[in-house]
Write a protein that binds this ligand. Structure first.
Ligand code: OSB
Ligand code: MG
Length: 369
């Protein structure tokens, strides 16, 4: 594959509802899409950054800068045998995983089209349907949380993740658990607590949670290990894990019992596979996290979620939960069993709606050889 053309564009997409976490509120997404062309084929990916560096250090604008000033010069005009080799081309770049994932994942789309197989097969996936959960943002009142859970369970979703923050945590979750005694339930703190809050966090042990996601600092494995020794609820790490070495260190330290894999956060499909492999070897379950993606990022998540270690329902849910109109066709739909059927056609298995993408684009930049 010769990397002949790279185009980045920013789309403005309004979320149907604001999404609140302990670290930010998102109303509108500045979606970054990449299109890469090689040998007459187009590959698509999403750079899953937020506008602000409140989840991780990258932003919409840093990703654009890294792409233009470093990724394009290192990759444009180069020939790679496989998408995975793109990671090596970019290996001098430290950090900026989401920006690098963008380039690599678009090449995975091209490689799977070239080979005439679905992306999930190329990745080594085996599931034909993936189990789905939802992530519910922080709500102003517990009654709203309860109504939303009822709605999502009626749609078939298999597990509910509640965002928590100090002041909207144990009391809220205890009420929810009382009303839904059998639901697969978990919480995500997005780093809102400190080790000194161990007593409060230990109260979740009575709520029969699948896990508590990222309770402590985004860059702290050691303190998560100390916390895990004090509580029974399994800790799942999200923000802390940027590659397979982090995953192994976290597991060996006892800092977590579950890992959330996000394609952007770990730098693309090839590293996501490595994180998955380390976890499988260590018998640590993984699941696919979400970044409020447009359809383009979402379908890459679906492909990754077919790998055999993804045994827990992920945060990959239907397009219509986020958007009035998605930018892929068909939109991502969830069955009444709370699953997404994995498409069997070559490449992403969904088509990109260029007309809608054009309409939503606010800026773009293109490079070609
Ligand atoms: O921590 O998993 C997270 C969204 C944006 C940033 C971080 C997170 C999330 C979600 C939403 O939980 C998952 C989704 O529905 O896409
Ligand atoms: Mg999270």
């Amino acid at each position: 594959m010769k990397i002949e053309f790279i185009a980045v564009r920013e789309l403005r997409m309004h979320l149907k509802e604001p999404f609140e976490t302990s670290s930010s509120i998102t109303r509108e997404r500045r979606v970054l899409l990449l299109e890469v062309r090689s040998d007459g084929l187009s590959g698509w990916s999403e750079i899953t950054v937020d506008e602000e560096p409140f989840y991780n250090s990258e932003t919409t604008d840093t990703a654009w800068h890294i792409l233009r000033d470093f990724i394009v010069p290192l990759t444009l005009g180069k020939i790679v045998e496989t998408a995975q080799e793109a990671r090596t081309l970019m290996s001098r770049i430290r950090g900026h995983e989401m920006a690098r994932a963008g380039l690599e994942n678009a090449l995975w789309d091209i490689e799977s089209q070239q080979k005439g197989i679905p992306l999930h097969k190329l990745l080594g996936g085996s599931l034909t349907e993936i189990p789905c959960g939802v992530s519910l943002g922080i709500q102003p009142a517990v009654e709203l949380v309860i109504a939303k859970i009822e709605h999502e369970l009626a749609a078939g979703y298999q597990r509910i993740k509640l965002k928590i923050k100090p002041g909207s945590d144990i009391g809220m979750v205890k009420k929810v658990r009382k009303i839904f005694p059998n639901v697969k339930l978990m919480v995500d703190a997005n780093s809102a607590y400190a080790l000194q809050d161990a007593e409060l966090l230990r109260e979740f042990d009575s709520c029969d949670l699948l896990m508590i996601e990222q309770p402590l600092a985004w860059d702290e494995l050691y303190q998560h290990a100390k916390l895990q020794a004090l509580i029974l609820t399994p800790i799942c790490l999200d923000e802390c894990i940027h590659n397979a070495h982090h995953a192994r260190a976290a597991i060996e330290l006892g800092a977590c019992m579950v890992i959330n894999v996000k394609l952007g956060r770990v730098g693309g499909h090839s590293e996501a596979k490595r994180v998955h492999d380390v976890c499988r070897e260590c018998k640590i379950p993984v699941w696919c996290g979400g970044m409020l993606e447009s359809g383009v990022g979402r379908v890459h998540n679906i492909a990754m979620s077919t790998l055999p270690g993804f045994i827990l329902p992920g945060d990959v849910s239907a397009s219509k939960r986020y958007w009035d109109e998605d930018i892929i066709e068909p939109e991502v739909e969830v069955t009444t069993r709370g699953t997404i059927k994995v498409p069997e056609s070559p490449g992403l298995g969904y088509s990109v709606r260029r007309d809608r993408i054009e309409r939503l684009t606010v800026r773009s930049e293109t490079w070609q050889v």
